[in-house]
Design a binder for this molecule. Structure first.
Ligand SMILES: Nc1ncnc2c1ncn2[C@@H]1O[C@H](COP(=O)(O)OP(=O)(O)OP(=O)(O)O)[C@@H](O)[C@H]1O
Ligand SMILES: [Mg+2]
Length: 143
């Protein structure tokens, strides 16, 4: 099933992700695709906020992965991965990132998943953010 939403502002992208977060149960792997500056990190911040994370989320472009603890009933950890600088999944495997995939108390978000396509789990949620004119974004969520 694919749902589409047009976000006219950064705030709307954030709010849309925030709402989606409430529907997540834990164990999901969210794959965020979209050009540079499309809003993948904004979307991640919205998810984090929706899960009750108050800590500032910054893009893990250089560290590849960041793990945030959550005081949430079901989801205890948010794993934010940025694969932009990678050309295959070996480095993610080496740092143990794959161990989080599908763990019931973890939510994993991957920016630039197409860079590490061979290590992505079969069960994933694809979020595509397309840049339209006038700062609009088309966000499609396929689960
Ligand atoms: N409708 C919108 N939704 C999201 N971001 C928007 C929107 N309109 C403008 N922006 C701007 O686009 C930028 C999105 O940046 P962000 O870091 O989230 O992109 P990204 O997809 O993570 O890029 P990268 O591939 O470099 O990691 C921000 O500067 C934000 O203010
Ligand atoms: Mg980003």
């Amino acid at each position: 099933m694919t749902t589409k939403f047009i976000a006219k502002t950064e705030k709307q992208t954030f709010a849309y992700a925030q709402k989606l977060a409430a529907k997540l149960k834990g164990g999901e792997v969210l794959c965020l695709t979209g050009d540079l500056g499309a809003g993948k990190t904004v979307f991640t911040k919205g998810i984090a906020s929706g899960l009750g994370i108050t800590k500032i989320i910054t893009s893990p472009t250089f560290v590849l992965m960041k793990v945030y603890g959550i005081k949430n009933e079901n989801i205890k950890h948010l794993i934010h991965i940025d694969a932009y600088r990678l050309s295959h999944g070996d480095d993610l495997e080496a740092i143990g990132a794959l161990d989080y995939f599908g763990k019931p108390n973890c939510l994993t978000i991957i920016e630039w998943p197409e860079r590490v396509s061979e290590i992505l789990p079969k069960e994933k949620i694809d979020v595509k953010i397309k840049i339209l004119k006038d700062n609009n974004r088309e966000i499609s969520v396929k689960r």
